[in-house]
Ligand binder design. Sequence first.
Ligand SMILES: NC(=O)c1ccc[n+]([C@@H]2O[C@H](COP(=O)([O-])OP(=O)(O)OC[C@H]3O[C@@H](n4cnc5c(N)ncnc54)[C@H](OP(=O)(O)O)[C@@H]3O)[C@@H](O)[C@H]2O)c1
Length: 338
Amino acid sequence: MSNTMQAIVQNRYGPPDVLELKEIAKPQIGDDEVLVRVKAAGVDRGVWHLMTGLPYFLRLIIPDLGRRAPKNPVRGSDVAGVVEAMGKEVTRFKLGDEVFGIGMGSYAGYTRALESKLALKPANLTFEQAAVVPISGLSALQAVRDSGKVRSGQKVLVIGASGGVGTFAVQIAKALGAEVTGVASTTKLDLIRSLGAHQVVDYTHEDFAEKKHYYDVILDTGGHSSLSHLRRALAPQGTAVIVGAETDGKWFGGFDRSIRAMVLSRFIDQTLVAFVNSENADDLIAITELIEAGKVTPTVDRAFPLSEAPKAISYLIDGHARGKVVVTIDDTNEGGTG
Ligand SMILES: NC(=O)c1ccc[n+]([C@@H]2O[C@H](COP(=O)([O-])OP(=O)(O)OC[C@H]3O[C@@H](n4cnc5c(N)ncnc54)[C@H](OP(=O)(O)O)[C@@H]3O)[C@@H](O)[C@H]2O)c1
């Protein structure tokens, strides 16, 4: 078997054209790691942050971000594929298992992943569908269930309902029995209706806060609203979960809003949560149960071959994606003989 593989790598921060398709050595696994033959790899906002090294604040808090480039040059985190090899401490998997989860560089023929960040692939999903679930699906599950503590009958507003996290959040809140309103741009309202949203708001010409103090829980993945605007739409004892924000701010991006939310929350009756996801197998299994029960279905907009991973990232960042985008890897990406 070849010792090399094709991978999308970078050696400096910058826009998608810093990414190159190269032949590199296959990863070596540690005792608690699994080598996964990658079939498909999801694209999410985190890939863009690692690629650009922006906002700078992230370079202080993410150990993998070096001064000029990420320490691991291979991009991509979300993965679905087949177990090829295992470290000696791995107990939950066997060779040939179909798995999904979070790897360390998944835009490649192979990736390594901690056993604690993998689960068996949902039986009813293709590799492409499974590959878009991990980061967005886990974030949505934890934001809705743990931070928002959504209960049946509550009114839930999902801002950014057409995006990676939002498409999962709408379905999970609905599965918990909430009455869900989704916010997105005009051309994506049909998508969020099809996911089961009871009402939709077009942010290009409607204001979700017109319903004053109406929502029990707000999940904000769109990131363009001020805290006071969110609070206007939120019930007096309601909870707003600040999942993310994309701004032009080079130093903090949208993170300053999360920090302000955390501080303000101590002085008011409403609860404002600065959300940070947790990458763990238990929640991959919890979302698998929702998927296999037919309550959650990943929304895959487009698939790009490995060589076009930079295009896939641009497609997402330029706002074209309806739900999720995926990179597919075929056997030709395994590498030459070596
Ligand atoms: N804290 C954490 O642990 C965590 C985890 C995952 C993600 N995140 C962050 O969460 C955010 C969302 O991630 P994602 O993967 O879901 O991104 P995404 O797929 O790019 O989706 C972004 C969403 O925001 C919407 N949006 C854009 N401009 C808007 C506006 N002015 N008003 C309202 N909505 C607007 C988009 O709607 P249209 O497409 O209709 O314009 C889309 O639904 C990102 O900032 C990401 O970094 C944080």
